[in-house]
Design a binder for this molecule. Structure first.
Ligand SMILES: [Zn+2]
Ligand SMILES: [Zn+2]
Ligand SMILES: [Zn+2]
Length: 392
């Protein structure tokens, strides 16, 4: 369990511990989206091919089943509770002129045609800090969906109806790593049966489309006449007017792709478990003139991190914009993601992103650039010594 307030008291608590990933015993009946209209095609299996499995009645082939909402928890989830507010002292880092100059030199040298003169000869006249905060909320969810699937029958065990199938949320899945996206596809136990292949009616072979099953086709050089231009016999088909079909090697039939010639299919319900890290950021606007978009590419100094099953919005933070963003995002995430998935863990982070506006004089004029992020990234949209072939 991760709970690392970087600042403040160790006993502060912003949420509840994870009550654990406990599947309910009964498993609420699954809700399904209606099957996609017009779902049919030459290779579409007939609906009668699928058994009716209790708890999976609406499952369709082709992934049209949609998500399965998780069942209600067996016990009410404890509501997140706020921790005691703590006064904070904030240690705002600032960069030195040397750091600013080095970052600027690196920036200019990374651009093929930028002259280094403004870096060498420019004189820094002022440095202003416009540090800003970034609040990040991550909600790690599990979602499940089912669909009817089939594969060529190779002697796999057939277990349909030998026992009742567990509900979609009762099938055990692997333990995911928190905040890392992942996916697992499984057969639902006790749904596998053997059925004749619908695509070849259990023959294992299908007539060749290219020769309509004849095994030969009209000879194209003589267009079926058997004669060449000038009245001689066609050398290509020896005067027969037809040539062997190259697609089926003259056999008129090909192995069925659906069952790969096995004649039978293993038909089963497949369950897809998907883990997703849903992440939202909020950056407090700063008045430096640097576009906020630039800040998504850099990291900052981590001031606070809190990871719980369900977090409580951060409180008592000096910037009220961060507090209200936290309240809004926590409310949105808990409402949105608990409706369609199971929330396994949440994490909220506050970073301080250093932004320094550097003003310097070069050739009698004043210019600016920005140094931002822990990486000391530079933005200088109005660099005074570029040339026309510059690649930005
Ligand atoms: Zn011919
Ligand atoms: Zn053919
Ligand atoms: Zn087949």
């Amino acid at each position: 369990m991760e709970n690392q307030p970087v600042m403040g008291h160790q006993n502060r608590n912003y949420g509840t511990t994870n009550p654990g990933y406990v599947p309910t015993a009964e498993g609420a009946p699954a809700m399904f989206a209606p099957p996609a209209a017009g779902f049919s095609g030459p290779s579409a299996p007939p609906a009668g091919m699928f058994d009716s499995v209790p708890g999976y009645e609406g499952t369709v082939a082709g992934g049209g089943g949609g998500f399965l909402p998780p069942p209600m928890p067996a016990f009410p989830a404890p509501q997140p509770q706020p921790g005691p507010e703590q006064p904070q002292t904030w240690n705002i880092p600032s960069i030195t002129e040397d750091t600013a100059r080095e970052a600027f030199a690196l920036f200019a040298s990374s651009k093929c045609c930028y002259s280094s003169a403004p870096v060498k000869d420019g004189v820094i006249t002022s440095m202003d800090a416009f540090n800003t905060y970034r609040y990040r909320l991550e909600t790690f969810t599990e979602s499940r969906s089912t669909e009817w699937s089939h594969k060529p029958y190779n002697g796999q065990p057939v277990d349909a109806f030998s026992q009742p199938s567990p509900g979609p949320w009762d099938v055990p899945a692997k333990t995911p790593s928190f905040f890392v996206g992942d996916k697992q596809v499984m057969k639902v136990p006790y749904t596998s049966s053997m059925k004749p292949c619908h695509a070849c009616v259990g023959l294992g072979r299908k007539p060749c489309k290219h020769c309509s099953g004849f095994g030969n086709r009209v000879c194209s050089p003589c267009n079926g006449s058997g004669m060449q231009y000038g009245g001689n016999q066609c050398l290509h088909c020896s005067g027969r007017g037809r040539t062997n079909c190259s697609f089926c090697h003259g056999e008129g039939a090909k192995q069925c792709d659906t069952c790969r010639g096995k004649q039978q299919l293993l038909v089963y319900i497949s369950l897809t478990v998907k883990w997703t890290n849903n992440c939202d950021n909020y950056v407090v606007e700063q008045s430096s003139g640097l576009q906020v978009d630039n800040l998504c590419k850099v990291s900052g100094k981590r001031l606070f991190r809190d990871s719980q099953h369900l977090v409580y919005p951060v409180m008592g933070f000096p910037d009220p914009a961060v507090v209200s963003a936290a309240q809004r995002l926590v409310g949105e995430h808990q409402g949105k993601y608990s409706a369609t998935s199971r929330i396994l863990q949440q994490r909220q982070t506050i970073e301080l992103i250093p932004v320094t506006k550097v003003t310097y004089a070069w050739k009698g004029k004043s210019h600016i650039y920005f140094v931002y992020g822990k990486e000391f990234k530079v933005n200088a949209d109005n660099y005074p010594a570029t040339c026309c072939c510059t690649v930005m």
